[in-house]
Design a protein around this ligand. Structure first.
Ligand SMILES: NC(=O)c1ccc[n+]([C@@H]2O[C@H](COP(=O)([O-])OP(=O)(O)OC[C@H]3O[C@@H](n4cnc5c(N)ncnc54)[C@H](O)[C@@H]3O)[C@@H](O)[C@H]2O)c1
Length: 427
């Protein structure tokens, strides 16, 4: 509550004291959910978002660092929570600390919550916080499976409540440029998309760094749930959702793990467009190459370069009109300049704060997180059942499959402590 005085000023402080029917110094009051709701309702009272981070392992600590370094000026770190008390020791400078997310959520100390726990808890903690009227930013993936993502989305009341997802790669200027080109019609109708994202190499030490990692029970999947949600989200953001998915997933093909570490998936879109999505954590050197072919040309995003091969005459028009048997449309190779970008995670955090304080549109609305979850689930479901899956995926059927995989698991997880796992080295 120490911050209330500074944020609301003496006049508003008096007003809230009157409303609450209390006397004395507001600074000395223990914050309750009622006061917090009151302050949230009084939008003008908020000049900064009081953020609580749930899960301060690698990524939660990274986010806390961004706030403390002043990279998210409209957010203050008000509270942290971790199920493992030892992880809270680094927050010994007056930040409220909790070992139970439900207590943080109901403490009144925060306006918003960032969920950075292992994936299964994203939906439960996120839905709890949304249900209590807080604004919520959930790490990717927003849930492990579609049915959980639906429950999470249902908990969002809408209106002024802000629900966002940490799809930080949507803030990458390279993909923003690709989106601009596609939305402006520059590429024409989609013919084919191919994404090879094998630049997620992880050694065994990575999988040994957490008991939850790479198990059906702890993580609910492998590369599709941990590393590639970024690309699955971008894929649907750029090209929309396919209507059919056929996945081939190598379970523990490159590591001694039980979940998928190598995937090839075939996708079919409306109007005959197709896609191939390839990902792996066991291939080096890996590549991150997105290629989108449209009627007007072909875009290639690789590394930090974006090249557009622009057709002089759209492929479908040329196809119908050319009289020459082996002719193809002329094309120009255009290297598209990509502006430098600010830090992706800080951009999402700043956008979250702006959405809460000013109603700014979200870069990555939380409700859209279900789509990358559905794609990941469909690839796994298709692979395990050896058949193509038409979307929308039956979320309950996938949940049953996942429960079966958990029941039948013979995995004995060996974890190693002191593994250097600085998340900033992972993106
Ligand atoms: N956006 C990105 O670039 C990015 C990068 C890395 C990780 N992530 C995501 O962040 C999440 C966390 O990954 P990580 O690498 O930090 O894992 P981690 O294991 O280092 O940290 C997770 C922390 O959550 C705590 N925790 C577990 N259950 C909890 C609960 N119910 N309540 C409170 N605390 C709980 C654990 O004790 C641990 O400290 C994952 O979902 C991952 O996908 C995102």
């Amino acid at each position: 509550m120490g911050k209330l005085r500074a944020e609301v000023g003496p006049a508003q402080g008096d007003m809230y004291r009157d409303v609450l029917g209390c006397s004395g110094d507001l600074d000395g009051l223990r914050a309750g959910p009622y006061i917090a709701r009151l302050f949230r309702a009084e939008g003008r009272a908020l000049s900064k978002v009081r953020l609580g981070i749930v899960g301060v392992g690698g990524m939660g600590t990274f986010h806390a660092g961004l706030i403390r370094k002043g990279e998210v000026p409209r957010c203050e770190l008000a509270a942290v929570c971790d199920a493992e008390p030892a992880n809270l020791k680094k927050f010994d400078d007056g930040v409220a600390r909790f070992t139970d997310s439900r207590k943080l959520i109901r403490s009144g100390a925060v306006d918003a919550v960032l969920v950075a726990t292992p994936h299964y808890a994203h939906a439960t903690v996120g839905a709890d916080a949304l249900g209590q009227g807080l604004h919520v930013l959930v790490e990717k993936p927003v849930a492990v499976h579609k049915a959980d993502a639906e429950r999470l989305n249902a908990a969002c009341r809408g209106g002024k409540q802000v629900f966002a997802a940490m799809f930080n790669q949507r803030a990458d200027p390279l993909y923003r440029k690709v989106k601009d080109l596609m939305e402006s019609g520059e590429l024409g109708d989609l013919i084919r998309v191919t994404w090879i994202i094998t630049a997620w190499f992880r050694p065994d030490a990575y999988y040994a760094s957490g008991s939850w990692r790479a198990t059906w029970a702890g993580e609910g999947g492998g590369v599709l749930l941990n590393q590639s949600p970024h690309q699955l989200d971008l894929l649907q953001w750029l090209c929309g959702m396919p209507r059919l998915v056929r996945g081939f997933c190598g379970l523990g093909r490159r590591h001694r793990i039980e979940v998928e570490d190598e995937v090839t998936a075939y996708l079919e879109y409306d109007k005959g467009a197709t896609g191939v999505f390839i990902t792996s954590t066991g291939e080096a050197p890996g590549v991150n190459r997105l290629e989108i072919a449209g009627q007007r040309g072909r875009l290639v995003a690789e590394g930090d370069k974006l090249v557009f091969f622009r057709n002089e005459i759209p492929a479908d028009v040329f196809c119908r009109t050319s009289r020459k048997a082996f002719a193809a449309p002329q094309n120009w190779r255009c290297e598209i300049p990509v502006p430098a970008g600010a830090g992706q995670h800080a951009t999402i955090l700043n956008n979250f704060a702006d959405a809460i304080l000013d109603g700014a549109p979200l870069i990555a609305p939380g409700k859209e997180g279900i789509r990358s979850v559905e794609l990941a689930n469909a690839m796994l479901y298709s692979s395990v059942t050896c058949r193509a899956v038409t979307l929308p995926l039956d979320g309950r059927a996938y949940e049953r499959l996942l429960k079966r995989l958990i029941r039948e698991s013979k995995c004995v997880k060996r974890t190693r402590r002191n593994v250097n796992s600085d998340p900033a080295k992972s993106f």
